[in-house]
Design a protein around this ligand. Sequence first.
Ligand SMILES: [Zn+2]
Length: 283
Amino acid sequence: MQQFKQLTNRIWYQTPVSETDRPIVAVITGDERSLVIDAGNSSQHAALFLDEVEKHGLRRPDLVALTHWHWDHIFGMKQMAVPTIATNRTVEEMQKMLDYEWSDEALEDRIRQGIEIPFCADAIKLEFGKERDIEVILPTIRFTGELEISLGGVTCLLRQVENDHSPGSAIVYIPEERVLFLGDAMYADIFSAEWNYTVDQMTRLLDTIAAYEADYYVWSHGEAMTKEAFEQEVHILRQIIEVTQQATGHLSGMQRLYRELVGRELTTDEEETLVFFANGTKK
Ligand SMILES: [Zn+2]
């Protein structure tokens, strides 16, 4: 059951669903306009979100900002029915999807070609069932680098970031509310045969993020993380980057060095992250 929660004075969000890969969809409510972050993974998802917005007496959205092109963040665009903003790089990727069909056969075919992955295909089947009324619509407003949007009393700063998950992703910072929406930028590259993080991209991403003062960091498929919890995540990633470099990407060496560094056995998450960084050195 998805919940609709208030995060700060002007920010509300709908919680994610892992089985169908629904990401967090959030709304920033300004005095003159409101902006939604990501369109949701289907018309149904977007409709549920818009119902919640109405139920809570919030302004109907005027704009949608996409964090990146992955299906789960864009398939609700038609239902949102407002101008959408995305980076040029995101639009480029969406253009490739315009002619796609979404039947089981078409999905299987794209998996064989290495364009689609089972992880997404399975979630699409689960979200849509047999009725796949999917329409890819291209964003109206496109930018490269940075874009500032004034909503009246509150600002959204969109920033294109380097990251392993999806080239051309944007993060969204709301300075007045001290909240940073990360989209999926902190997650691994899941479209390669071996899921991976690279030292270079992750280092640049962490350096970029460090420049923003925030109380909450929102991961699209996770939660709104407090500053303290986020800093702990960053600390772990930086330590793993360090051992990846020291052991030049050799997994057993990385595991040994990391165990020595933290003085305990590794958590499942740390084990997985170490594997992803080891994979990244083989790219
Ligand atoms: Zn994604």
